[in-house]
Write a protein that binds this ligand. Structure first.
Ligand code: CP
Ligand code: NVA
Length: 307
């Protein structure tokens, strides 16, 4: 074990995989879900270890990766900067070299996206981005799996992103490119997505300031918190800026009659989403959360069987 190829595949962004690879991965996630439900034991990662570095809080990501490794026959190791030398200033480059000589894959949740890029450059094993300030690609695997399971292919459909032009919004922009759907982004001025992400997707993504107009005839409505991790002190300012951007029943009524609602969670009921919307029958937030487990198992299988 732990015999990686000299150039491992990493998953720092959805754009690291082709459209075909992503679609196959989602199909595999649904297969793994069925196998798990049928009690079929599938342990291709026996004796393999995933190191999980968390510099920010997490419920879903930690539990899904750790449980996923157990179900695949392997082991996951939770590493917090508080208890490792990473938190005492050991350079990322050195940490990546050391960890990747021992474990088979490394998952990182951190602030600056450049940190996961640096880690990947010095790692001999696959590195997975489990959320940075810029991107959250693992969540999009679960969101796309959830859409495909409920509605089939998303190609040519219209998705409305209501809220902050944040890491989740950026990953939706990348998903629009890879899965070929149209994305309308309703965000207040000053909270636009990063142009380096948006500009290459300009043929299928547009900013529409008015959330009601953005939702008109959409097949999927998605939102996320107004203040992401690391922006806690901006909460009050953001609540003012995003007034009028709550996904409520009136906004859902503008979408297609069979439109779905998604939120990566955790949600702030009464802020970005009305409590009634989370509990609607067309809200698939619990499936989305569960699919973190299945889609990441497919990702781990993919990255570790090609390394
Ligand atoms: N959606 C998501 O990534 O949740 P956690 O922050 O709980 O991992
Ligand atoms: N945008 C949110 C997503 C949490 C899963 C954050 O970065 O905090």
């Amino acid at each position: 074990m732990n015999t990686p190829s000299p150039t491992p595949r990493h998953f720092l962004s959805l754009l690291d995989l082709s459209s075909e690879e992503l679609k196959r991965l989602i199909q595999r996630a649904t297969e793994l879900k069925a196998m798990q439900r049928d009690g079929h034991v599938h342990e291709p990662l026996k004796n393999r270890t995933l190191a999980m570095v968390f510099e920010k809080s997490s419920t879903r990501t930690r539990v899904s990766f750790e449980t996923g490794m157990t179900q695949l026959g392997g082991h996951a190791l939770f590493l917090s900067p508080r208890d490792t030398q990473l938190g005492r200033g050991e350079p990322l480059e050195d940490s990546a070299r050391v960890l990747s000589r021992m474990v088979d894959a490394i998952m990182i949740r951190t602030f600056e996206h450049e940190k996961v890029e640096t880690f990947a450059r010095y790692s001999k094993v696959p590195v997975i981005n489990a959320l940075t300030d810029l991107l959250h690609p693992c969540q999009l695997l679960a969101d796309m799996q959830t859409w495909f399971e409920h509605r089939g292919d998303i190609r040519g459909r219209t998705v409305a992103w209501i809220g902050d032009g944040n890491n989740m919004c950026h990953s939706y922009i990348n998903a629009a490119r890879r899965f070929d759907f149209r994305l309308r982004i309703a965000c207040p001025e000053g909270y636009d997505p990063n142009p380096t992400i948006l500009t290459p997707a300009a043929d299928r993504c547009e900013i529409i300031r008015d959330p009601m107009i953005a939702a008109e005839g959409a097949d999927l409505i998605v939102t996320d918190v107004w203040a992401s991790m690391g922006q806690e002190e901006e909460q009050a300012r953001r609540e003012k800026a995003f007034a009028g951007y709550q996904v409520d029943d009136a906004l859902m009524a503008r979408a297609e009659p069979d439109a779905l609602f998604m939120h990566c969670l955790p949600a702030h009921r009464g802020e970005e989403v009305a409590a009634s919307v989370i509990d609607r029958p067309d809200s698939v937030v619990w499936d989305e959360a569960e699919n973190r487990l299945h889609s990441q198992k497919a990702l781990l299988e993919f990255l570790l069987s090609s390394s």
